[in-house]
Design a protein around this ligand. Structure first.
Ligand code: GLU
Length: 296
């Protein structure tokens, strides 16, 4: 299958190898780093100090989303979220080789932060009130919107309203905001909404004719369409607003303020634009303006 995923045992082996060969402060990991590691020191007792001293950070991201977080053959993900994660590591004085990338699917993001499986989540992660009960967010650093993807040959779906008629099946990811938002457009949720843990499975189901559409954020769908322009297309306008934040453990206000500071800095010094151009910008050449962070 074209979008088949790399077996996790192989990924674990490659990642151990990669982390194990990391070689000090100037290592930028496979030549895809963000520049020299910052010469920094942090106040004792802060998360920044703990991570900096360890020289390691665990970052939850997506492994199946072209442009934002897509696992390569070497097991290491690439994408805009990945670049943002690398910049945060760099600002903590952690070499790129000191990053452990963890796949955080929509249903697992809060759990990964709450059970200390990751230090931060950078994963097309919409800031909303429900999630803020469990985690905190730095950012936003990008604003997306929900859209619909169909098979290229299908002209029967024009937007979310088409699902009100019934019959058409739409796929999304468990625990995502699009899976919830689309329910208001469905005539019969039980038969029309198909959910998987990752969007790649939705794209496979769409191609196989098991569903009629996939819904999630426009930038995720744009990545799938760019990879398979002969199979898929986007239809209709965006119908939600999805501000992406960097998830972190609830109550760690000092760490949140630090990450917000990094986001403000990179919006001005060119690193935000560079991160976009080399990743999602290959599919969407409109350079986004970094949104103002919300220091709540
Ligand atoms: N941004 C939306 C969310 O956080 C959809 C994309 C995703 O699932 O990562 O749920």
């Amino acid at each position: 299958m074209r979008r088949a995923r790399i077996p996790s045992i192989m990924v674990a082996w490659v990642m151990t190898l990669t982390v194990g060969t990391a070689c000090g402060a100037s290592d930028t990991g496979s030549g895809r780093g963000t520049g020299p590691v910052a010469d920094v020191a942090f106040k004792a007792g802060t998360t920044m100090d703990r991570l900096h001293r360890a020289g390691k950070i665990r970052i939850g991201t997506k492994f199946d989303q072209p442009g934002f977080g897509l696992q390569g053959a070497d097991g290491i993900p690439t994408g805009f979220d990945v670049e943002i994660g690398k910049i945060i590591a760099t600002e903590l004085g952690i070499p790129v080789g000191g990053i452990e990338w963890v796949e955080s699917t929509p249903k697992l993001r809060e759990e990964h932060l709450e059970t200390d499986k990751v230090d931060i989540v950078v994963a097309t992660y919409t800031i909303n009130a429900e999630r803020l009960e469990h985690v905190d967010f730095a950012g936003p650093y990008y604003v997306a919107g929900q859209q619909i993807m169909t098979r290229k040959s299908d002209n029967s779906i024009t937007g979310p309203e088409t699902f009100r008629i019934g019959a058409k099946k739409v796929c999304s990811s468990i625990g995502s905001t699009p899976a919830k938002s689309i329910t208001t457009y469905l005539k019969d949720q039980a038969t029309q909404l198909i959910l998987f843990d990752v969007y790649t499975k939705c794209a496979d189901a769409l191609e196989a004719g098991q569903v009629d559409a996939v819904t999630t954020d426009n930038v995720i769908l744009t990545g799938f369409v760019a990879q398979h322009p002969e199979d898929f297309k986007l239809v209709g306008a965006r119908f939600t607003t999805e501000p992406y934040g960097i998830g972190l453990k609830k109550g760690d206000d000092t760490f949140r303020a630090f990450i917000n500071g990094v986001l403000e800095k990179i919006a001005k010094d060119g690193r935000y634009a560079k991160a976009w151009t080399g990743t999602a910008g290959k599919y969407d050449t409109n350079m986004p303006e970094a949104p103002a962070v919300n220091r709540y």
